[in-house]
Design a protein around this ligand. Sequence first.
Ligand SMILES: [Zn+2]
Ligand SMILES: [Zn+2]
Ligand SMILES: [Zn+2]
Length: 158
Amino acid sequence: MSNTRCDKHKKCISTTIDQVEKICAEKGLRFTKIRKAILEIIWESHQPIKAYDILSRISNINYSEKPPTVYRALDFLMENGFVHKINSLNSYVGCSHPNEHSDCYFIICSICNEVQECCDSTITKTIKKVLNKNTFKHNHIALEVNGQCNDCSDVSKK
Ligand SMILES: [Zn+2]
Ligand SMILES: [Zn+2]
Ligand SMILES: [Zn+2]
C-alpha cells in the first residue's frame, strides 16, 4: 500500500469497485478480471500511476496479460469514466464518483502527488461559453491545477 493520507481508503476502494460493478451490470458492460485488477491497482492510492507501473504490477500478481491487453482494459476504464488520465503527469487516477459527472477538474499537489477530483458545473458552463464564442467543437475538457495541498503547505511552513 502506498503512502496515501486518506484515512478511509479501504472504503474508497470498495465503494468504487462496487459502484463500477453496478454501472457495468446496468449498462451491460463486461467488468472482466483484468479490468477489475487494473482498476484495483490504480485505486491503491489517490496518487496517479503511470501505465508502465500498472504493467509491472500486473505481471507481479501473476497475470500473463500482454501490454496491449492491459492498454485495452485501461481504455475501457477511461471511456466509461472509471479512470481519468492526468495529462500533465501522463498518469492515471481512479474516478471517485463515476455516477455523478461528465466533466471534472483535478487539483494536483506537486509535493505529495495526491490528486483530488472536483466537479463544478459553473466552470464547465463558462468553458462551453468560450468554446461557443470561438465556434470550437471540443472532444474532451480536462482542467488540471498544480500546486500544494493543505497538508503539504502546512509542512513547508513549519
Ligand atoms: Zn481514499
Ligand atoms: Zn471522475
Ligand atoms: Zn500534498
